[in-house]
Design a protein around this ligand. Structure first.
Ligand code: AHR
Length: 527
């Protein structure tokens, strides 16, 4: 089935769209007005025990013919290293609230079930040590979601002791016997997942009662993560937040933030999660391949609702936390489409097209513009599930259009936001009106200025006339990502249909013009 899936997608990538008259857009970057830091954690990933996200996607086992290091595929590691992945959220998702960590450590691993996702076998061969090894190989931090739904505070507390204590407790000795004498670093801790739904269908008050127990008792003992030892190394705790814009969700945010405002020494949170998928309507019915400009416009219209959602919940948070101590953590987001025909619907298999590249850029831009409050985000999901970076099939691997957007945006990690002024304009397709252009800019630590521009319009190219407020612009150079059609995809047989190409421009008479393809994402360094 999986090879049929990828050969079908070949059919949709061959015809080039005609270039039409370019729209002229004046754009000005003002480096004298720096904004918030675009936290590198905004480029976080999410890897759940779901379909082929972990097994096959990351883990093939040490005896596999697929080249691997201690069971973890080398091709996937190399690809992820290039993204400078800041953190990976694991083991779920809904799976996390049914996960019992003890089954995933030691030489004997019981075979269990994955009731949420297809009811398949969970071999538990990828557990705590394998996850931490994977993080080590790609250079990312751990964002562990503890089981607050069907687990106990004691179980989660023991997991953290097992992972982080340097003292010779029974759990530390067990960790050592399992191959890791040194304590692990756990940077982020999720206190449950969607506790209003798959995580236990709790009311805000019931969740708060449980969350306070976990916040208090689930301690990190790593000596290097203690407040007196190092600044900014302490484990940050992230509470379950809203899953939409309706009053059910605003009530949830109100309740958690109100409680937080009155919190005592015995519990605290550093982040509130927000989950929001681009679906138009549940259950997801839009196809991930073989669609046209109408579906392109519908999906992008829907994805832009992220802005209002972030602003709505930020406004509530501002009332209880004007100093913005608690981050809004968008730790599940991305396009969620109909299950690929013939796939297990529980595996959330979908292809990833040029539309997803544009969708990713638009969301990353929203997060960057709200970087004072939104300090972490995790796209769902990293490999083979939903809006993935990477697709694998046995020994084959292909990088998706979304992967390339993440690679192009690497310079934005920890850069400082700077405002860009432009008239976005609009275009209308089949009754759906969208902004034509989107752009964000940021200055990196070395002082280099970066501009990301998305031309959303599927048929009109754009000419960006770029100026630097109070300065002379000389040149711009970087990469641009486009493809013949809105549903162009990369496949195992044709992996280079949607790949970035170099772009550059030099100023003439003090004016710099960047010519952008229709439906494109461009990132350039500006001199
Ligand atoms: O990402 C798939 C699922 O979507 C996650 O497990 C859950 O948290 C959300 O509903």
């Amino acid at each position: 089935m999986r090879s049929l899936f990828f050969s079908l997608t070949l059919l949709v990538t061959v015809v080039a769209a005609p270039m039409s008259v370019a729209q002229k857009i004046q754009m000005s970057i003002d480096v004298s007005k720096p904004g918030a830091k675009v936290d590198r954690n905004l480029f976080g990933q999410f890897a759940e025990h779901l379909g082929h996200g972990i097994y096959e996607g990351i883990w093939v086992g040490p005896d596999s013919k697929i080249p691997n290091t201690r069971g973890i595929r080398n091709d996937v590691v190399a690809a992820l290293k290039a993204l400078k992945v800041p953190n990976v959220r694991w083991p779920g998702g809904c799976f996390a609230d049914e996960y019992h960590w003890r089954k995933g450590v030691g030489p004997e691993r019981p075979v269990t079930l994955n009731p949420n996702w297809g009811g398949v076998i969970e071999p538990n061969t990828f557990g705590t040590h394998e996850f931490m090894d994977f993080l080590d190989q790609i250079g990312a931090e751990a964002y562990l979601s503890v089981n607050l739904g069907s687990g106990t505070p004691q179980e989660a507390a023991e997991w953290l002791e097992y992972l982080t204590t340097a003292q010779q407790t029974a759990l530390a000795r067990e960790r050592s016997a399992n191959g890791h004498p040194a304590p692990y670093k756990v940077a982020y801790l999720g206190l449950g997942n969607e506790s209003w739904d798959c995580g236990g269908n709790m009311t805000p008050d019931y969740y708060l009662d449980r969350m306070k127990l976990f916040s208090h008792f689930v301690r990190n003992f790593n000596p290097d993560q203690q407040p007196e030892k190092a600044k900014n190394q302490q484990m940050l705790k992230i509470a379950v937040g809203p899953g939409g814009a309706e009053s059910r969700w605003t009530d949830w945010t109100e309740a958690i933030m109100k409680a937080w405002q009155a919190h005592t020494w015995s519990w605290d949170i550093d982040g509130l999660s927000l989950h929001s998928y681009t679906v138009v309507k549940w259950p997801p019915a839009h196809a991930s391949v073989g669609f046209g400009e109408t579906e392109y416009a519908q999906i992008l219209k829907s994805t832009l609702e992220m802005k209002d959602l972030v602003e709505k919940h930020s406004a509530i948070m501002d009332r209880y936390d004007p100093q913005k101590k608690v981050a809004l953590v968008v730790d599940e987001w991305g396009g969620w489409y109909a299950p690929f025909p013939g796939s297990n619907p529980g595996f959330l298999v979908q292809q990833n097209s040029l539309r997803d590249a544009v969708l990713a850029a638009l969301n990353l831009n929203i997060f960057a513009r709200h970087a004072d409050r939104v300090r972490m985000a995790n796209i769902a999901q990293m490999i083979n599930v939903l809006q993935a970076m990477i697709l694998t099939n046995e020994e084959k691997m292909v990088l998706t259009p979304t992967y390339y957007v993440y690679k192009m945006y690497v310079p934005f990690q920890d850069a400082t936001f700077v405002p860009v002024a432009f008239d976005a304009g609009t275009f209308t397709h089949d009754g759906v009106t969208l902004p034509r252009i989107d752009a964000v800019a940021a200055k990196d630590k070395a002082g280099k200025l970066w501009l990301a521009v998305t031309n959303v319009d599927p048929s009109q190219s754009a000419e960006i006339e770029l100026a630097l407020a109070g300065k002379t612009v000389k040149s711009a150079a970087g990469e641009t990502l486009s493809a013949p059609k809105v549903d162009s995809v990369n496949t195992f047989d044709a992996p280079n249909t949607v790949v970035p190409n170099p772009i550059s421009a030099k100023a003439h008479d003090g004016k710099l013009t960047l010519k952008l393809e229709p439906k494109s994402v461009t990132v350039v360094a500006v001199e």
